[in-house]
Design a protein around this ligand. Sequence first.
Ligand SMILES: Cc1cc2nc3c(=O)[nH]c(=O)nc-3n(C[C@H](O)[C@H](O)[C@H](O)COP(=O)(O)OP(=O)(O)OC[C@H]3O[C@@H](n4cnc5c(N)ncnc54)[C@H](O)[C@@H]3O)c2cc1C
Length: 394
Amino acid sequence: MKTQVAIIGAGPSGLLLGQLLHKAGIDNVIIERQSPDYVLGRIRAGVLEQGMVDLLREAGVGQRMDREGLVHDGFELAFDGRLERIDLRTLTGGKTVMVYGQTEVTRDLMEARAASGAPCFYEASEVELHELKGENPHVTFLHQGQRMRLDCQQIAGCDGFHGVSRKSIPAGVLSEFERVYPFGWLGVLADTPPVNDELIYANHERGFALCSMRSPTRTRYYVQVGAEEKVEDWSDERFWDELKRRLPEQTAAKLVTGPSIEKSIAPLRSFVVEPMQYGHLFLVGDAAHIVPPTGAKGLNLAASDVSTLYRILLKVHQEGRNDLLEKYSSICLRRIWKAERFSWWMTSMLHRFPDTDAFSQRMQQTELDYYVGSEAGRRTIAENYVGLPYEAVE
Ligand SMILES: Cc1cc2nc3c(=O)[nH]c(=O)nc-3n(C[C@H](O)[C@H](O)[C@H](O)COP(=O)(O)OP(=O)(O)OC[C@H]3O[C@@H](n4cnc5c(N)ncnc54)[C@H](O)[C@@H]3O)c2cc1C
């Protein structure tokens, strides 16, 4: 089998890149380890930056998002018993975010892929990348008992943190930068009305909490828990109790509780590899970087990588501009490091660390007080939250 671009992974990065390339007439094949249902069953991100919203529209998959997504003009920071609003629209000259679940983005992209007729091999095993620096880059895999070989010109490694693409790069090529946080987020999805129209990020002496939503009738709430905690130890009742204790009184009083329809613990990590290219292989999204979810940046960073790679591949395949390929990594990394910084800062400012004593707690509260009390501070938070601009490829 032959194609122009082989895409490893059918998460949001792989499917979005595939859709954009297909629309532009660039042949591509997607290879995914899991089944479509498994991919759709993962409950993850929910806040889309303006840049990602625009990219989904450009890919022709924005119709349902525009109908069902919730445009948010701001969010709230809760600390020291106060609720302070960050007015995104006013502070950024009109920019907003869209609340629309990653599951829904993936579903829309899967449907577009199926409608396009472009190939996507689900439940592929033994995926291996070959000749990444050679004349004949190709991918081999096992699909329904059949051994397959896919020859291509470029390989997009969109296979997440645990994928095969990054691991296919020889030892010593990549520099890794990592911070693992000593806590996780316990998340609950429930069919209850949101406690607030906008997201609430709460700093509390018992630990961080987040009130988020997926729709006017479906909520996603989180509380910070110790890294060693087990989800089985958290009954719904214990979760709702803990959440209420971490919210300002007037918010806790309004909270509507109900049975959880999903409950899981996610570890928090910051991670970046440099460079994001090795020969014909380009790492995209979680394959190259992870952020703690505090700044709502993981999925959005994946989208900005896709945008950059797509625009470079367009020029490569339509105008023969192979010189642009080596710019991919540096263009992406400039934006990635800024999002890493924001996510790390939000995490540091809002969570309780094992060494958070009374002094550090006051420092966190004072930092929040300082930022929300200054127009420059609120603007800094707002412009990072809505997403920094995408860099042009030349
Ligand atoms: C529990 C959790 C909660 C999160 N919450 C948020 C949030 O609130 N906000 C936010 O912005 N971000 C969040 N994120 C991050 C966000 O979900 C990711 O940044 C996003 O999914 C990245 O998309 P991706 O396509 O690059 O990778 P993935 O979504 O990981 O997709 C990679 C795909 O590659 C496939 N794959 C893996 N190995 C192979 C292989 N060997 N061969 C073929 N295919 C393979 C996988 O099955 C998967 O389908 C969360 C992540 C997790 C894990």
